[in-house]
Structure formats: structure tokens, C-alpha cells
Design a protein around this ligand. Structure first.
Ligand code: SAM
Length: 254
């Protein structure tokens, strides 16, 4: 765990300058889709949480988005990286009660302390995703999991695997693997969605007109393929997948 912590402490240590600004805008852009996914899944199962915890809340971008959306009146965050937790705390997000760094294993909260736990783009970063999901299920009655589905042909290319490793991915999930993890935690998927991501996401790091045009084509082709055959698309390229799981009665599915 200490190697992991050092990696994520370094990842959030850049707090000033153009690159820090750019990464902040990248995280805020990602948080818009992620927040929309959490809100959509909650709406589908008619869950109106009072208390939400984000486990692996990073710099607080998604907490800020959930707060702005009025997802819940009380929000907490736990993070492996101390510097990330510090940045998140410094944002003074309305509705946020506590943001703490923790050991990455045992969340410092009582069983059932929350209506909803959010694990957004965290499970692909951990060696023991089942244990972390089990912790989320211990502290909350419902859990939203979001991951990139990277067990696909495009993401298997060496250059893509190198990039995934550079940003800390150690798991490469498909939808079935997430279903198995959810079932292993004693939960059931009540609602799920996938997202091929908007042009703004694909174009974010594109520099120059030609690169932006390529990003536009990529976004359009992927969206068309995903619309035509969403499950087949998951085997070809990376989409973001999110599900809401509970231990109770299934409310809806998609
Ligand atoms: C890609 S970021 C996602 C941040 C945020 N959840 C989001 O979706 O924008 C992954 C985060 O998971 C954190 N992390 C990694 N292992 C963790 C663990 N065992 N417990 C909590 N957070 C962890 C990292 O420090 C990093 O902030």
C-alpha cells in the first residue's frame, strides 16, 4: 500500500502552474460525466441519498460536482493520498462534512454509516478491488461503481497498456468482471449504464486543428458504434461503465 500511496501523493503534488491548471480542468471535465452518471443511476432506482461518501475522492472534483447537483445534503470523502485530500478539503465544497486521508483499506466509518458510497475510477487502481468494494458495501447500503472497461481490443495495444500503467491502472475490467465483483460483495446490480464519452473528453489533450479533427472523428465513430451495438462496442474500445448496486430488492435495470 505504501508504494501506491507514494504514487498518488506524487500525482497530486503539483498544485501551481499551467500543468496543475490543466489537470484540474481535466478532472473537472471528467467529473461532469461522472456526476451525471451517479445522478442518472440514483434517479433510475429512485434513490435520494441523505449521506454520500466518495471513497478515493482525489482532489474533490466529483464531490464538487455531486454537491453542485444537490445529490445529497451531506457528503464525505476518503482518500489514500494525503495531498489529494488536502486539495479536496481546501475547496470548501458546500455540504461536505469531512474529507480524510486513510490507510486505503479500512474506511474510518461505522457499518451502514451512509446511504450511498461512490467508487469512481478507483477499483482499476487497486490490487485488491474486492476488498475495497467490500468496504464500500460495509459502510453504505448502496454503492455506485464506475470504471473504464479496458478489456478490449483497442486498450490491449502495447501503447495503450503503457499509458494505463503510467496513470496507475493495475486492473483491466470488462462488464462481467464488475458483475462478479459486485456479486462477491453480496450486492446486486440494480441499474447500469455505459458511456463512450463526449468530444470534449476525446479532444482534451489534442493540440492543433488536425489533432482536434481526429478527436472529433474518433468521438463520432465510437458513439455511432456504441449506439448500434453497445455490448459489442465494449469489446472494441474503452467506454466508461457505471452501476448502482444494493443488497436489497432490485428496483430497475437497463
Ligand atoms: C483516477 S483517481 C479518481 C478520483 C475520483 N474518484 C474521480 O473519479 O474523479 C483515483 C483515485 O483513487 C485513489 N486511490 C487509490 N487507491 C485507493 C484506495 N485503496 N483507497 C482510496 N483511494 C484510493 C487515488 O489516490 C486517486 O485519487
Amino acid at each position: 500500500m505504501s508504494d501506491h500511496r507514494a504514487f498518488y501523493e506524487a500525482g497530486y503534488s503539483l498544485t501551481d502552474g499551467d500543468e496543475a491548471d490543466r489537470m484540474g480542468r481535466w478532472r473537472a471535465l471528467g467529473a461532469r460525466s461522472k456526476g451525471a452518471h451517479v445522478a442518472d443511476l440514483c434517479a433510475r432506482v429512485q434513490l435520494r441519498p441523505t449521506t454520500v461518501v466518495e471513497i478515493g475522492c482525489g482532489d474533490g472534483a466529483l464531490l464538487a460536482e455531486m454537491s453542485a447537483r444537490g445529490l445529497a445534503p451531506a457528503l464525505d470523502g476518503f482518500e489514500l493520498s494525503g495531498p489529494a485530500a488536502e486539495i479536496a478539503r481546501s475547496r470548501q465544497i458546500p455540504g461536505v462534512r469531512r474529507i480524510e486521508a486513510y490507510d486505503g483499506a479500512r474506511i474510518p466509518a461505522e457499518d451502514g454509516a451512509y446511504d450511498l458510497a461512490v467508487l469512481s475510477h478507483v477499483l482499476e487502481h487497486v490490487d485488491a478491488p474486492a476488498a475495497l468494494l467490500g468496504e464500500a458495501a460495509r459502510v453504505a447500503s448502496a454503492v455506485v461503481v464506475e470504471v473504464p472497461l479496458e478489456a478490449n481490443r483497442s486498450a490491449a495495444r502495447p501503447s495503450k497498456r503503457e499509458e494505463a500503467a503510467r496513470i496507475g491502472h493495475v486492473q483491466f475490467f470488462d462488464r462481467a468482471a464488475i458483475h462478479a465483483l459486485v456479486a462477491g460483495a453480496g450486492l446486486r446490480v440494480d441499474a447500469e449504464l455505459s458511456d463512450p464519452l463526449p468530444y470534449a473528453h476525446h479532444a482534451f489533450f489534442a493540440e492543433g486543428r488536425a489533432a482536434r479533427a481526429r478527436a472529433g472523428v474518433k468521438a463520432a465513430v465510437r458513439r455511432a458504434a456504441w449506439r448500434a451495438a453497445p455490448r459489442r462496442a465494449e469489446t472494441l474500445f474503452t467506454v466508461h461503465y457505471a452501476c448502482l448496486a444494493t443488497g436489497g430488492a432490485s428496483l430497475s435495470s437497463s
